[in-house]
Ligand binder design. Structure first.
Ligand code: AVJ
Length: 314
């Protein structure tokens, strides 16, 4: 883990356009900051998808074309705290659907909390958490005889540049059987005055979330980043539909990373790209589905039309 981090930091900061992978946001501090982000007024994504799961769960169940008579497995990639999913579980449970919930997450800690809360709030629901990398776990599921419903929510796919999102969809497709379905949650392309504040909130939580990457490099790799030497600046245009976050050096400076035995120079105004958050429309989604055999069979949006849950079928 730490050796990958070290390698990725070295690679990213040695590139002519400096970059750091957003997956390293999520240490203990980053996890807590992301919970704060989901609760802040500007971050509409979580609220919009929760609106779909809370207020349209009957439509969602219909759109997923589930049969109450056939047992199925409900797999969730990157389940997190399961707040949205629990709304769906509750509705399925009330209608006596026969299923098992299989949340997958990298974080053992998140899975443990999720299991405890599902067991307490929904005692009839069978939950069997799986810790690990999505694809290792999916490869196991491939051997399952039962129909699969795979949830991938929260516009998590948006962190992947289009080429990698296509690869991801292709691999997911390879691990599914004919008839299996995917519930893919994506943020929709919309105007700058709604998107930018979601990545540049008034309280500065998103700034701390980004800066935490530099703190991690300082503590885990023995670097001397001066946090005051960087500003957090997100960019977005509606034409492109991609939000990008940058840490921008506000002065000419050199940073030393002792565990790499290297120094990195930053000119005034030089940027480190820290995150990509792709926004979608039907056309872009179709492009991402590409050569895979996944087809859109339904689409639900929240009442403000900010976010979409696409139902895909193999
Ligand atoms: C969890 C990847 C969906 O890109 O909107 C929130 C992460 N970054 N604020 C997103 C994030 C800054 C989030 N995703």
């Amino acid at each position: 883990m730490n050796t990958n981090f070290k390698k990725d930091v070295d690679l990213g900061l040695s590139a002519s356009s400096k970059t750091l992978p957003s997956k390293y946001f999520y240490d203990k501090i980053g996890d807590a900051l992301f919970v704060e982000i989901m609760n802040m007024p500007e971050y509409y994504l979580t609220k919009a998808e929760f609106d779909i799961f809370k207020n349209q769960n009957q439509e969602l169940i219909k759109a997923l074309q589930l049969k109450s008579s056939t047992f199925f497995e409900l797999v969730e990639l990157g389940a997190g705290d399961g707040t949205k999913t629990k709304q769906l579980l509750k509705a399925l449970d009330n209608l006596n659907y026969d299923f098992e919930y299989l949340p997958i997450d990298i974080s053992e800690h998140a899975l443990h909390n999720l299991e405890t809360s599902v067991k307490a709030e929904l005692p009839n629901v069978t939950i069997s958490p799986k810790q690990g990398d999505y694809f290792n776990v999916l490869a196991h599921l491939k051997t399952s005889e039962h129909p699969l419903i795979v949830l991938f929510l929260g516009s998590n796919i948006g962190n992947l540049p289009d080429a990698l999102a296509k690869e991801f969809i292709q691999k997911l497709n390879d691990n599914l059987k004919i008839g299996d379905r995917v519930l893919l949650g994506v943020d929709l392309i919309k105007s700058k005055d709604i998107v930018l504040p979601a990545y540049n909130d008034a309280q500065g939580i998103t700034k701390r979330f980004n800066m935490n990457l530099l703190t991690r490099i300082n503590t885990e790799l023995g670097a001397d980043f001066d946090l005051n030497g960087f500003d957090h600046i997100p960019e977005y245009t509606e034409e492109e539909g991609i939000a990008r976050s940058f840490l921008v050096s506000n002065t000419d400076q050199t940073v030393t990373i002792s565990s790499l035995n290297k120094s990195f120079h930053f000119t005034e105004g030089e940027k480190i790209h820290t995150e990509t958050s792709r926004k979608y429309n039907d056309h872009i989604l179709e492009d991402i589905l590409g050569q895979s055999s996944l087809k859109v069979i339904n689409r639900l949006t929240d009442s403000k039309n900010l976010f979409a849950d696409y139902i895909l079928e193999k």
